[in-house]
Design a protein around this ligand. Structure first.
Ligand code: SF4
Ligand code: SF4
Length: 338
């Protein structure tokens, strides 16, 4: 069963959660886009359902609410270190079906990949998720090809219909709050798309033998190594470490972990001055094969969830879906040369 909430009851529901939860959702930042007269949609805390953008895709993903762009993990003096305090307040995140699949990829990498990541686990344990249904596919989405267009593993689902919000609930705490609001209940099926105009085909015989094929060369010139594709991606998880020494006392400071990108210069720098994947085409090859080949070998499903955000944001109009669709012919070339 589900609940139909008008704006007032929806905001009452939100208010009843605010003391216990930080609530993050895609929100419009006017004139915050690439150009001075364009808006951007990204994650931020919200106070009202009016602020949530339902009819457009967020340029950035939900991951910045759970895997912080910069996180201080401990403070140090000359001979002591103290872990930074952990904020125990719970978090509620509104996200799309594909993004909820993306969460599973983050969990696999941080929690099921050897020892659990302590800092991610602390944040992750306190988070619940609201899936926002997609009425129609957005530009560049290819979730159907990736099998990520539907996800039932949510705490709440929400669809906007005219001025009302249609909600289904699988969480006992939220169910009780909704029931107490005395709202009419009805059968609701959360929305999801069943087709996208962009489709991708990942060849069954894809292998690392494709690494030396010439398809990667075009990116040597086209890609400018800005890393934007990684930063918007819900499934990119790389970070780097930064030690900050305070200016008033250079022996005291803090260690932060900050987002990193396999596409930018310096990502593979090693002691002694050596670097791997100096050419941008090599970086593209690494990224593509990580997303649609190597992750699946370890975890059973592709890392890419087909959200299309990397296509939306690339200043060089490099399309990730196009690069996937070039793999089939390239593999034919590889096998015919064997
Ligand atoms: S690689 Fe691109 S399409 Fe795939 S999940 Fe990341 S941002 Fe989305
Ligand atoms: S966003 Fe485009 S130009 Fe920037 S690193 Fe990614 S592929 Fe290259």
């Amino acid at each position: 069963m589900g609940f139909i909430l008008n704006k007032i009851s929806a905001d009452n529901f939100l208010s009843s959660l605010k003391d216990e939860y930080y609530i993050f959702a895609p929100k419009c930042f006017e004139f915050g886009g690439t150009y001075s007269d364009t808006d951007t949609i990204r994650y931020s805390q919200i106070n009202s359902f009016d602020e949530i953008v339902f009819d457009k895709k967020s340029l950035y993903s939900f991951k910045e609410a759970i895997f912080h762009i910069s996180q201080t993990i401990f403070y140090f003096t000359e001979d002591q270190a103290k872990e930074s305090n952990f904020n125990p307040k719970k978090v509620l995140i509104f996200l799309r079906n594909c993004d909820l699949h993306g969460l599973k990829r983050l969990d696999d990498i941080y929690l099921h990949n050897g020892p659990e990541d302590h800092y991610y686990k602390n944040l992750r344990e306190n988070v619940k998720f609201v899936v926002m249904g997609c009425e129609n596919s957005f530009e560049n989405c290819f979730c159907v090809s990736m099998g990520t267009n539907k996800n039932d593993d949510y705490d709440l689902s929400i669809d906007k219909q005219d001025d009302n919000y249609l909600i289904t609930c699988k969480d006992n705490e939220f169910n009780k709050i909704l029931a107490d609001l005395n709202i009419s209940q009805t059968e609701i099926i959360p929305k999801f798309v069943t087709s996208n105009s962009v489709k991708v085909n990942i060849p069954d015989n894809l292998s690392n033998d494709i690494a030396n094929n010439s398809i990667w060369n075009e990116y040597d010139i086209r890609c400018i190594a800005c890393g934007r594709c990684n930063f918007v991606c819900p499934t990119c998880t790389c970070f780097s470490m930064q030690d900050i020494f305070y200016t008033d006392n250079g022996k005291v400071g803090e260690r932060r972990r900050i987002w990193a990108s396999c596409m930018v210069d310096g990502f593979t720098d090693m002691a002694g001055g050596h670097s791997y994947r100096v050419k941008k085409g090599q970086r593209m090859r690494y990224k593509v094969l990580h997303k649609v080949l190597n992750h699946k070998k370890r975890y059973g499903e592709h890392m890419c969830v087909g959200c299309g955000r990397c296509d939306d944001i690339c200043p060089e109009y490099i399309s990730f879906s196009n690069s996937i669709n070039k793999l089939e012919n390239a593999m034919k070339e590889v096998t015919s040369n064997e």
